[in-house]
Design a binder for this molecule. Structure first.
Ligand SMILES: NC(=O)c1ccc[n+]([C@@H]2O[C@H](COP(=O)([O-])OP(=O)(O)OC[C@H]3O[C@@H](n4cnc5c(N)ncnc54)[C@H](O)[C@@H]3O)[C@@H](O)[C@H]2O)c1
Length: 253
C-alpha cells in the first residue's frame, strides 16, 4: 500500500476506523470523510501520531458540495486518490414494514445509496486521470439474504451491491475496479438497530451469533471487514472486480 492514497468515508468510528487503521498499517496515506468532526479528528490524529500521512474533512456523504470539498482536499494534500472506500452508512431500528416512516426510508437510501452516486461523479474523474484505482463499497449480507423488519435497509444494500457490479462493468476499461464487502452483524453502534436488545459483551455477541445461525459461531469483527477491504484495495486482487465478498462466517450458505 506504500505510496497509495485511500479515501474512506465514515471512518470516525466502527468499521471505517478499523479500515483506515489496517490500510495505514500497510503503508497507505489516508483521507477521512465523516460528518462527525470529533470522531473523525480523533482517528486522524491517532494515524498521524503513528507516522501516517492523514487528513480529515468534515463531510456529509449525501451532499454533492461536500464531496467536492473532499476531492479538493485530496488534490491539494495528496494529488490523487487510488482507493475509495464507501463505508459511511446508516440504518433504522428493526420495525414492522407497515409502520416504518418515510423519513427512515429516505435516510437509508440517501446515506447508503445516494452517497455512492455522488462518489462516482465527484471522485471517479480524479481516479481515471491517475490511471485507475480500487473502489470498495460496504454492502451487507442483508443485500443477498434479506430478512423482515429491515426491508428498506436491506433494499438499500441490494442497490449498493447491484451498482457495484454495473460500475465495475462501466469503468473496468478505465482501470477502476469496484467490489462490495458483505458483513453479517458487526458489534458497532449500528448493530443496536439490527438486534434491538444487543449487548456488546462476549455473552451478548455469542447469543447474537446463535440467533443469526452463523456456522463459524461468532459475529463479524471490524478487523474481518478491514482485512477484506485491504485485499480488495491492493494489487493482489488486481483481476477481481464486480464481486460481492461475504464476510459472514458462512451465514449466507
Ligand atoms: N454493524 C453492522 O452490523 C454492519 C453489518 C453490515 C454492514 N454494515 C455497514 O458497514 C458500514 C459501517 O457501519 P458501522 O457499523 O461501522 O456504523 P457506525 O455507526 O459505527 O459508523 C458509521 C460512521 O459513518 C458516519 N456517517 C454516518 N452517516 C454519515 C453521513 N451522512 N456522512 C458522513 N459520515 C456519515 C458516522 O459518523 C460514523 O463515523 C455501513 O455502511 C453499514 O451499513 C454494518
Amino acid at each position: 500500500m506504500t505510496g497509495k492514497v485511500a479515501l474512506v468515508t465514515g471512518a470516525g468510528m466502527g468499521i471505517g476506523e478499523a479500515i483506515v487503521q489496517k490500510l495505514a498499517s500497510e503503508g497507505a496515506s489516508i483521507l477521512i470523510a465523516d460528518f462527525n468532526v470529533d470522531a473523525g479528528k480523533k482517528v486522524t490524529a491517532a494515524l498521524q501520531s503513528s507516522g501516517t500521512k492523514a487528513e480529515f474533512v468534515q463531510a456529509d456523504v449525501t451532499k454533492r458540495e461536500d464531496w467536492d470539498r473532499v476531492v479538493e482536499a485530496a488534490k491539494k494534500t495528496f494529488g490523487r486518490v487510488d482507493i475509495l472506500v464507501n463505508n459511511a452508512g446508516t440504518a433504522y431500528e428493526a420495525e414492522n414494514s407497515l409502520t416504518v416512516s418515510e423519513k427512515n426510508f429516505d435516510k437509508v437510501f440517501s446515506v447508503n445509496v445516494k452517497s455512492i452516486f455522488h462518489s462516482v461523479q465527484a471522485v471517479f474523474p480524479l481516479m481515471i486521470s491517475g490511471g485507475g484505482g480500487s473502489v470498495v463499497n460496504i454492502s451487507s449480507i442483508a443485500a443477498l439474504r434479506p430478512r423482515g423488519k429491515l426491508v428498506w435497509y436491506n433494499a438499500s444494500k441490494a442497490a449498493v451491491s447491484n451498482a457495484t457490479k454495473a460500475l465495475a462493468h462501466e469503468f473496468g476499461p478505465d482501470g477502476i475496479r469496484v467490489n462490495a464487502v458483505c458483513p453479517v452483524l458487526v458489534p458497532t453502534q449500528l448493530a443496536n438497530n439490527f438486534v434491538p436488545t444487543f449487548e456488546n459483551t462476549p455473552e451478548g455477541r455469542a447469543k447474537a451469533a446463535t440467533l443469526f445461525q452463523i456456522p463459524l459461531g461468532r459475529l463479524t469483527t471490524t478487523e474481518d471487514v478491514a482485512n477484506m477491504v485491504c485485499w480488495l484495495s491492493s494489487d493482489e486482487s488486481s483481476f477481481i472486480t464486480g464481486t460481492d465478498n461475504n464476510v459472514d462466517g458462512g451465514r449466507s450458505i
